[in-house]
Design a protein around this ligand. Sequence first.
Ligand code: FRU
Length: 490
Amino acid sequence: MNSLEFIKKVSYIEEKYRDKVEKDYYRQNYHLMPKVGFMNDPNGLIEINGEYHVFYQYNPFYPDEKHVCWGHFRSKDLITWECLPVALSPLEWYDSHGCYSGSAVNKGGKLVLMYTGNVKDSKGERETYQCLAESSDGVEFKKPYINPVIKNQHEGYTRHFRDPKVWKHNDKWYMVLGAQREEEKGSTVLYCSDDLQNWSIVHEILGSNLSKFDFLGYMWECPNLFTLDNKDVLLFCPQGVDKQGDLYNNIYQCGYVLGSLNYETGEFSCGDFLELDRGFEFYAPQVMKTSDGRTLLLGWMGLPDREVSPTIDNRWLHCLTIIRELKMKDNKVVQKPLRELKRLRKGKVEYKNKIIKDTETKLDGINGDSFELKCKFEFDKVNQFGIKMRYNSHKDEEILMFYDAINEKIVFDRSKDGFHKEADAERKCFIKNNGKVKMHIFMDKSSVEIFINDGEETFTSRIYPSKDSKDIVFYSKGGEVRLSVDHWQI
Ligand code: FRU
């Protein structure tokens, strides 16, 4: 099969199930999702020639067959996205079992992709290759004959060696790869190149073989290395981390360390590992720099090996997060909703300084299943306060976000979302009690993203309430809060 035939096969399946997929109430309003089938990691984020590209891991044939290719979205404004034909098809000997994750760079006006070719040999064993593809029109990609540019893993590592993230530094190309050491420790390695074709390893950057990070599991996926406020940030997804109280409660984790990279030696001195998101579904984010100097992040609202969703019956699974801008504050990466998202706002409703005292209150005009909501709670003496979204008393449904002022914990609870009835339905983290809590919420049909205190913490999760669960209730217990809210439908 050639790539045109593959693209045809994808279009056929997209067309075949279009109606079934589109009729699903849980299709999102303003998040990127696959036309049909399975989506995972965002790949190849780039701004080039006045346009933004987002590629993604795409298996349109899910759940029947598995052929992982790169889906492709393009936009001029980061808001309206056009879905383009599949960019990379798994048709070569070096990527026959999947064009796995990778990144994009601008090489003299050409869009160049670097990705991992995943292969299963005759014994079912994995082989791993780092490969290039390039395009002059940003739509059609060619894989050069010199592929693969890195054959197999480097000595000392297993075949779990993937997800190249490439960037330019002082006129040289650099790349980080996610890896596993032979002693089954997670790791990231640094490579460099003058031409994107000939690569040499610089050194391992960091790994869970170091005693400080020995809790960080057996494999690190999807690393990103970028600077923010003169700090080097290494963002990655460790697998095999044990839960520690409120921390690391998901099957796999995503977090970062801040430090300083020596590009000559690969030495990386850094601080502690910090979790990036506190919710249930957040993984494999990718970062891009824009021409106006912003650092933007886009994540996958899903997790590997977690295929639980009512949408599977309608032949699609997973979506991406909203785009977020990263900033550094008090030695922490904070996340702000992309400012362009304001353009989606419709019909503002606002309330200022409403007192809520030991009661539950609905506010006229504040409800819905697709909205942006900004809340500021000010308080002196109160035990607990919060919001019930997608509230429906007849069906006993709600998505609960509250602050426990006594224990200084912010808590997200989806046990009554109508689907996730499992015991593990709560996530929380510490937020200092200083008399004020802000919650900035992006609700879509089947997801919620909550930014606490200007992005100091985020909770990102899929939720599956009924379509008539649309009320919003504000409440306080054991005292009063002063509440100001802005609400827009999206
Ligand atoms: C992360 C990941 C990557 C891999 C890709 C395959 O979710 O496992 O490490 O490249 O997904 O789809």
